[in-house]
Design a protein around this ligand. Sequence first.
Ligand SMILES: [Zn+2]
Length: 331
Amino acid sequence: MVNYKDLGLVNTRDMFAKAVKGGYAIPAFNFNNMEQMQAIIQASVETSSPVILQVSKGARNYANQTLLRYMAQGAVEYAKELGCEKPQIVLHLDHGDTFETCKSCVDFGFSSVMIDGSSLSFDENVAVTKKVVEYAHKFDVTVEGELGVLAGVEDDVVAEEHTYTRPEEVEEFVRRTGCDSLAISIGTSHGANKFKPEQCTRNAEGMLVPPPLEFSVLEACEKNLPGFPIVLHGSSSVPQEEIATINKYGGAMKDAIGIPEDQLRRAAKSAVCKINIDSDSRLAMTAAIREVFALKPAEFDPRKYLGPARENAKKLYKHKILDVLGSANKL
Ligand SMILES: [Zn+2]
């Protein structure tokens, strides 16, 4: 049993309360390896932003849960070394699928967990979320629940169609489960192909423009849960310059399209206090690596392509913090 407080990590409670009041959102960046973690910490230190390090099931399979936890512990020390006196870093389980998974993360030093019961019936979702909350709160670990289904693919979270959150259900869900934050579905989705071209319109330059988020659902949820922290998953914007670089240097990413950043900025100003971004950092890293491979085919030192990948990811993280989420200088 390891408590996150001994590792210098924090839970999401105060962070979210301040974010809801202040009209900004905390970035939740997924990480799977050292370079992503370094880029996230450098970006958050340089912008004085709180940050959520997010670990999915796929990340745990890829990198090993033990290693990831030690990396998060190292991230706290690394942030201090970079000059941040009191870093606010959350280690969060993304899409916990069972009570057992969530419990193992709580026992292992995570400061926040998500229990995703969104594929279950309402009552089953309430039951498993409540069970996780009762356990996690014993150790002051915060819990994110989910109502409504996001479309798209994220590791092994797959759904064909989205189902918007029903605002009439959110108050009862939060009251019965005691969860600390709630992920809702308003039209964001997982992955780099968030919309099919036939769902989009085209602008004057011929670029695909996705359908807008369903802000009426968000507003109704806020009305039924005043001041309660809301979370948006699947909120990468899929920067078209990264897609262009990837395709220019041999990639084949077709019709990749994300959530426009002005929509995310609007959401961040509301009760949305956590915005999940994963695909964008994958794209930034892939674009940088493809460019090195194409322009310097004799290169074989991983540092020579993972270094630029890390640099490009960091640039992206800083942009999100400064220009989209508004969490800079909130430490
Ligand atoms: Zn998600």
